[in-house]
Design a protein around this ligand. Structure first.
Ligand code: PBG
Length: 331
């Protein structure tokens, strides 16, 4: 039931700033943001990443400062990704199981700096640790094998949980990994360690700068299409989400972000569970490139895109713009 023009004028509520503020349906707060950080070896290191202007790799001793920054900005959780030194990468990615690897040291650095004031989300997949850049173990023909990979991912998850990770985020897209990781976490007494499953993760051209950031770009031959999803598919995303929830995921993720808001919305409506979205490296780079080219206002692009995720139904967004966005929101 609605009035008709001219009794109905939808512009009335838009006419003044106070009214636009009053009628805004979707709010973006710093608590909606997850801040991904890249960790590198050495000490006192800040290493800018050329394909991600404004984003750096930090050595472990400088991670605590980022964690304190997150607390002061109101960002609730950090997502950590290691750039493993080349000589520690191998066919099987066994550095992922080292309790003293970059990831574990970074987790501890965050906890030492801010305790429980910030959550630590850790990526589970082997690509930062393998000499071939694939997310899992490969057979003689180069095919990424599922079940043997899952066994390693379970070990990687337990390693991260033992170091203090709060949220295990498997980004590998192997079948059955969420159930296996959940069982192992329960078995090891990590009852409150969450799993945020990269449930609907597409084989995407938007991951390029990330692969530079973790140092796998030059190593990867071929693509990841035998495990990451075909971007033509949506029903399959719903099946992936259903499987991960049934296996014990606490929340699910859709990735990439902006070109996949239809998937965010469908997952939210179908499952009514916490859905997160990853505004990935290539999306970040596009915004930065547009701003640098004078094709758009950076701050406005950041706030509009992040709010769009919330409007689509996302509980939160992983974004390299997290700190900048939080500063803008906080004024
Ligand atoms: C690794 C992983 C990737 C991203 C997050 N975890 C890359 C990939 O699958 O190749 C991409 C994130 C981004 O582009 O920002 N499994």
């Amino acid at each position: 039931m609605t009035a008709a023009y001219p009794h109905l004028r939808l512009r009335r509520t838009r006419a003044a700033a106070w009214s636009r503020a009053l009628h805004r349906e979707t709010a973006l707060t710093p608590a909606d943001l997850i801040w991904p950080l890249f960790v590198t070896s050495g000490s006192g290191v800040e290493e800018p990443i050329a394909s991600l202007p404004g984003v750096s790799r930090w050595s472990v001793d400088r991670i605590g400062q980022r964690a304190r920054e997150a607390v002061s900005l109101g960002i609730p959780v950090l997502a950590l990704f290691p750039n493993t030194p080349r000589d520690l990468r191998c066919e099987t990615g066994r550095e992922a199981l080292n309790p003293d690897n970059l990831m574990c040291r970074a987790i501890k650095a965050v906890k030492d700096a801010v305790g429980a004031d910030v959550g630590v989300l850790t990526d589970v997949a082997l690509d930062p640790y393998t000499s071939h850049g694939q997310d899992g173990l490969v057979d003689a023909g180069g095919f990424v094998v599922n079940d043997a990979t899952v066994e390693v991912l379970v070990g990687q998850s337990l390693n991260q949980a033992a170091a203090g990770a709060d949220v295990i985020a498997p980004s590998d897209m192997m079948d059955g990994r969420v159930g296996a990781i959940r069982a192992a976490l329960e078995g090891a007494g990590h009852h409150n360690v969450q799993i945020m499953a990269y449930a609907a993760k597409y084989a995407s051209a938007f991951y390029g700068p990330f692969r530079d950031a973790v140092g796998s770009a030059g190593l990867l031959k071929g693509d990841k299409r035998t495990y990451q999803m075909d971007y033509g598919n949506a029903e399959e995303a719903l099946r992936e989400v259903a499987a991960d929830l049934a296996e014990g995921a606490d929340s699910v993720m859709v990735k990439p972000g902006l070109p996949y808001l239809d998937i965010v919305r469908r997952v939210k409506e179908r499952f009514e569970v916490p859905v997160f979205a990853y505004q990935v490296s290539g999306e970040y780079a596009m915004i930065e490139a547009a701003a640098a080219a004078g094709a758009g206002d950076r701050d406005a692009l950041v706030l509009e895109t992040l709010t769009a995720f919330r409007r689509a139904g996302a509980s939160g967004v992983l974004t390299y713009h997290a700190a900048h966005a939080a500063r803008m929101i906080n004024g």
